[in-house]
Each structure stands twice: as C-alpha cells, then as structure tokens.
Design a protein around this ligand. Sequence first.
Ligand SMILES: *Cc1c(COP(=O)(O)O)cnc(C)c1O
Length: 422
Amino acid sequence: MTTFWGPDFEELRALDPEVADGLLTELDRQRSKLQLIASENFASPAVLAAQGSVLTNKYAEGYPGRRYYGGCGEAVDPIEQLAIDRAKALFGAEHANVQPHSGASANLAAFLAVLEPGDPILAMSLPHGGHLSHGMKLNLSGRWFDVASYGVREDTHLIDMDEVRAKALAHRPKLIIAGWSAYQHHLDFAAFRAIADEVGAVLLCDASHFVGLVAGGAHPSPVPYCDIVTFTTHKALRGPRGAMILCKEEWAKEIDRAVFPGSQGGPLEHVIAAKAVALKEADTPEFRAYAQRIVDDASALADGLVERGYRVISGGTETHLLLADVTTKGATGAEAEARCDAAGIVLNKNAIPFDPLPPAKASGIRVGTPCVATQGMGTGEMATVADLIDRAITGTDDDRTAVRGEVGELVGRFPVYPRPTD
Ligand SMILES: *Cc1c(COP(=O)(O)O)cnc(C)c1O
C-alpha cells in the first residue's frame, strides 16, 4: 500500500511563507465574508485534493488510448476516460471532451471546429448579459468573426425569440450562440434549434453559468437541442477551474481536433481528475437538493430585494442569479459593490440592460446563490441577506460595521471548510 503523497501545506509554509500567508488570507476571506458572486463556488475537499495532486507532473497530449507521450496507460488514461464517461452519462451527451482549460478556451475550440475567419455569427450582446467570448470587439471572437447580436426587450427584459429569428434571417450566421453570464430566465432551446435549422446554422449553447443547475435537474437541458454545448466546471457545477465540451457524434472528431492540437497543448490531467470527482458528486441526491436550493434561494433573495424597493431586472429569477438596479437607492453599481464589500458582502457591479452608465460604474449589482446554497443556507436566510445588502448599500459607515458583525454571525452558522473546532 503506497502512502499517498499530496500537497503539504507545512512544507509550503516553511519554503515560501509569503505565498502560504496569501493562501491563508484567501481562505479566511472565503470563510468570513458572505459570498454572492454568481460565478463562484466552494469546491469540495475531494475536488481540491484531486486538483492538488501529482497528476500535474504528467504530459498527456492526445486522448485516452492515443497519446503522444508514454506513461499515460496506468493512471491518466483511466482517469480521463472516467471523466468523459461520467460527463456523457450525467448530461445524456453523445460525446464529451474534458480537456478545455477554461470557458474561453472551450469556446475558442468550438469556433475553430465550426468557423473560418470572417464567418458570420449571432450571439447575445455583452451589455445585455452575454459573455465577452461571444463576440466582444476586443476578444478574438469579435476580431475574427462578423458578429451580430441579440438582446433583451426594453419592456420585459426578456430575450425576444422573434428578434433572434429576424436577426438570424438578416445576418445568416454560420453559428448561433445561446448562453449568458447575466440573465435570469430559461432559454427557449427548442426555438433556438428551429431558428438554427431555418438558416442552416450550427447551434452552440454556452451553459457555463447554469450547467450546475442542469446537472442537478433544476434547469432544462440544452443537450438534446444543441450541436455543441460548452461550459465551465467551476461555477454552479462546483468543480475545479476549467471547462468541457459536449457535442453530437457528428461533431466529435472536429471538436477533439479543435481542442488538441487545434488550440491547446498538454491537458491538465490534475484538473481533469478533479472534474471527474465533481461529476461524481453531481450525480447524487445531495447535489440535486443543492441545485434546487440555489434556485429557491435566488427567488427568495429577489423577493426580499423587491420588498425593500429595489428594481429587480425582469421582476425575478428562475436561475441562480438576479440583477438589481441600485441607482434608485443612491448608489452606482460600483459604489454598491464597494459598500457591500466594506460590510463583508462580496458581490459584483453589473450593467443592466439599456444601462445609461458606463460598465466601470454600472447601474446594477449581480447577486448569485451557488456559494450560500453550498453552505446550506435556505430561503429563510435569504430574507436576512436581502436586509443586510440593503443596509450595506443605503446605510452609514456605522451601519456597515454593524452589518459586518451580522455577516460574521450568519456565515459562522454555515461554515465552509470547517475548522476542527467548528
Ligand atoms: C464564465 C463564462 C465563460 C468563461 O470562462 P473562463 O473560464 O473564465 O474563461 C464563458 N462563457 C460564459 C457564458 C461564462 O459565464
């Protein structure tokens, strides 16, 4: 029996106290503040252990059974195959590539598989909740492709599928992207499919934000409708920082070639091991309860903010996040973010649709519940959280000091990475 050799924190502390202290500072920040950033989570100790392993030492260009390096047969191949098989089973997908280093890299590979430079694409606009890798002008996607974008309606703040269809008919995209970083509702995947078929486009869903809800049965799945589905593994899915691509069998070869050698070199096998662990965790009744708690918490938090007079964009949420206009409360998004942070509440400023303020100020905040749901907080706690957010934004410095104390008390009742004494 081999003794497992894993990360040794005491050795790091002795060798490099500056970095070790930084890690402890970050652990303390994650434990002691209220984490409401919609794209973040607390990976489990098992995920962290797999990620911090000797697999980081191994080169494995290629795919299981067909590598360009020796030494992959004993551990790397079976572990990557486990991740692939679990991804296909969990999402009912025909093919899975678990190697993308990040969400942006996964999208890049999908573009490489489907598009030539200059090709037309259609995606959600960034100021309306899209992602920068979907055609923002400074991003490779915006520089190399001819981008048209759709947004939300000014009256309902919902995506209007008639507008998506009209834009598709006018622009004739080769690729349509469904997916977002700041939107509160389910997408109509069947309607996206029908539009893609009508104009002969490939349909890509970037499910980064909501794939954890899909895994837990708390959100409809894009997989049956889309040619390709990309997603990050570190948001609501609660795995390591990284991404995956699912696709129909007809795209399997193109996608694999586009990831390696098309846009990446050696895969991060330690991260892939951690992805396998996260997929196992996601296939449990506990995870399904967690996914439902995320959605219930977000709804309760939206209700709590509406009760306190906030304009919640589109009136509510069906997912893990909400956007609230804070300008009617005497703050820009940037000011609200800073005031909340001073009170121990971590969230981010966000543009709201048709925002009159520049993105660096923004009129809104984006609030998400994956972290608090992981901690086990429920809808009862969300009423308290809405009150804490409101007092942090509208109160005085003294109020924020008081809120900081109450935040400490609340997170103390739902400890993450419990200390031996908790
Ligand atoms: C977070 C996100 C990404 C980017 O992921 P990175 O790992 O940060 O590159 C891509 N697409 C969407 C929709 C996202 O929300």
